[in-house]
Design a protein around this ligand. Sequence first.
Ligand code: AMP
Ligand code: MG
Length: 397
Amino acid sequence: MSTFSFPDARAMVESRVLALRAAPAVETVPLLEAAHRVLAAPIVADRDYPPLARSIRDGFAVQASSLPGTLDVIGEVRAGGAFAGSVGAGQAVEIMTGAPVPQGADQVVMVEHTDRAGTRVSTSRPAKPGEFINPQAAEAAAGAAVVAAGTRLTFAGIAMLATTGHATVPVYARPTVAILATGDEIVPVDATPRPFEIRNSNAQSLAVQVARRGGLPRVLPVARDDFSHTRELVEEGLRSDLLLLSGGVSAGKYDLVEQVLAELGAEFYFDRVLIQPGQPLVFGRARGKFFFGLPGNPASTMVTFEIFARAAVELLGGQAESPLILPHARLTRPFRHQPGLTRFLPALLDADGGRITPIPWQGSSDVPSLARANAFLAADPDQPAWEAGDWIRFLPL
Ligand code: AMP
Ligand code: MG
């Protein structure tokens, strides 16, 4: 069917979901419960920020034209107060950080740059009108947009909502995400597997990945490699806002996921991406819901969620956009790969965050190596080799 490069596949996920998503429901929650949720209405400044010109240093508020010189200290103003009078030529008002700048003053001289003797203060600082003053409305004018709808609220966003007096916040409902692992060899986590069986780790890692991006995971029972059982569970999964399948999308005799979805009338946008791990990867829509058929090897499932399905979870949750940020780090050792595919490999990022080392591994079923990693190297498809010290992109975990 259709094979896409990594960037094209990602752009396809974003454009399809943005074009076809339904507007999520809106709920109003207390301020602290809005953390990590997606804001459903734009927030505007309820007044000027700052509401008055404020000092950003401890020191003396003066007329710039009096500098340098020796000035009369006529009073004091601190944060939480206001100076009733006005500062004239040759005068100074002692001022604390955050206090409103008195009338007449247009510069603040830092206390470190002054000599105080009784009611006189002298400084050699030159005139610099505006220095150490944060003017009224410099941060935001009353009525200006300060947080856009569709923003996932960080602690700084919560601070902005607190600043503007929002004790409750409209946020989008979290999207429900069905998680359906497939495979006759997959047994529940609390089972004792026979030698040819594997515990279902993918449903667990996906549930964590979904929840971290604001979705409500709904883990379904494992689908046997049997057409009607898989179909029954896929139909159930399509009742959620998004369906994530793991396994059953390769070319094997018992890889039934695509057939089942086709029989349910699915539209397929791609079913192969030039990445490793994760080449066989299905993205489409059936019964009005998006689905991903993620390859079953644990590393493939994890990586393909992060680079593709995550965007669908976030956009269905009302986020205005879902950029994939792959920062750069310097390799601690040479690295080479076979060009043609964007390749993701488990890696360790140094504590200083600037250096990265690939972790030796046995391939995409190697969960012990994945559990040691804190990042995946992302090797570009058109570069065969890197030297120690070269920059390479990575996917943070
Ligand atoms: P598949 O994509 O169905 O061919 O699965 C590839 C391999 O991934 C299987 O042989 C299993 O080793 C592994 N696998 C599939 N599903 C899971 C799962 N839910 N949890 C852990 N490993 C899985
Ligand atoms: Mg399978």
